[in-house]
Design a protein around this ligand. Sequence first.
Ligand SMILES: NC(=O)c1ccc[n+]([C@@H]2O[C@H](COP(=O)([O-])OP(=O)(O)OC[C@H]3O[C@@H](n4cnc5c(N)ncnc54)[C@H](OP(=O)(O)O)[C@@H]3O)[C@@H](O)[C@H]2O)c1
Length: 310
Amino acid sequence: MQAISFKRYGGPEVLELGEWPDPQPGPHQLLIAVQAASVGPGDCKLRAGRLQAQHPIALPKIPGRSGAGVVVACGPGVTYARSGLRVAFLARHSEPGSAAQFIVRGPEQIVALPPSLDERAASAVVQPALCALIALDEVAGLKPGQSVLIHGGAGAIGGQAVLWARHCGARVVATARAAKADYLRSLGAAAVLCHDREDFSATPERFDVVLDTIGGETHARSYRVLRPGGTLVCLNALPFVDQGAQFGVRTVVAAIDETAERLRRVIALVAEGVFKAQVAAVLPLADCAEAHRRIEAGTQGCGRIVLAVP
Ligand SMILES: NC(=O)c1ccc[n+]([C@@H]2O[C@H](COP(=O)([O-])OP(=O)(O)OC[C@H]3O[C@@H](n4cnc5c(N)ncnc54)[C@H](OP(=O)(O)O)[C@@H]3O)[C@@H](O)[C@H]2O)c1
């Protein structure tokens, strides 16, 4: 099969398209013909060698945390799926990834797609929506009538978080660069604080929840805009210092762990129209390095870049 891989850590130029042996499904596993593979900042960090402590990997490595395709073969004992089933899937950073023509997955890492959801859209929406749901629902417990500030609202996770928060009946304010403010309002943000024009922490508004997808200085300034007793829910991005006790708020890092149950919940919410795929661009598999370059330059647009797999 054809796959993108890197043999050493480095810049996007270490990504190469090459021939790999076709993987074979073991007991209770599926062979999936990948049609779409998403590219996110985690893939860039892994390729650059910045996640070696958290995610030790074997090189060469096929990147790609998520994707979608069609089941083409079932290993012995499979009763939960059949050939021809359209699925979305996730792959941990330590496993062979989605930037390949085939991948083997088990029952916990796949979810069947509804007819209304195509593979490119599925590959763009599943992982960001999963992160948004874990962070805002499971961790922060966002409720109707509460207010939430979502950092990086035009990003893949931020966009799904805006959609979820609106669905919850919360007041949503998001941060993004000014050029993306209209996009965020179209998703349902009541206001946008433009990080290239203003200091978001100068706002007089106080929030019940802040979703921090950025870390670092953005994290540090977020304490000032939380109500006492509020929640600062964080994803692993730039390092930060927990000042929750000093400000009387709860700081929690959301652990992103995919389970079949969570994936089914995400897909049901996509089918209901709560989560909506935000596809920043579709590039051919061979242009994976270009996708990494755009993400690292901050020019990827709004949502997720998707690779079309031949
Ligand atoms: N296990 C985990 O904890 C976990 C899981 C998934 C993701 N993550 C991390 O979460 C972060 C977000 O992921 P993602 O997939 O949503 O990334 P993404 O799609 O690349 O979006 C990031 C967004 O942040 C915005 N941004 C950059 N600097 C900003 C600032 N100072 N203030 C506000 N917005 C800013 C960018 O847009 P602008 O053009 O508006 O600047 C961009 O839209 C990444 O660091 C990722 O690695 C962690």
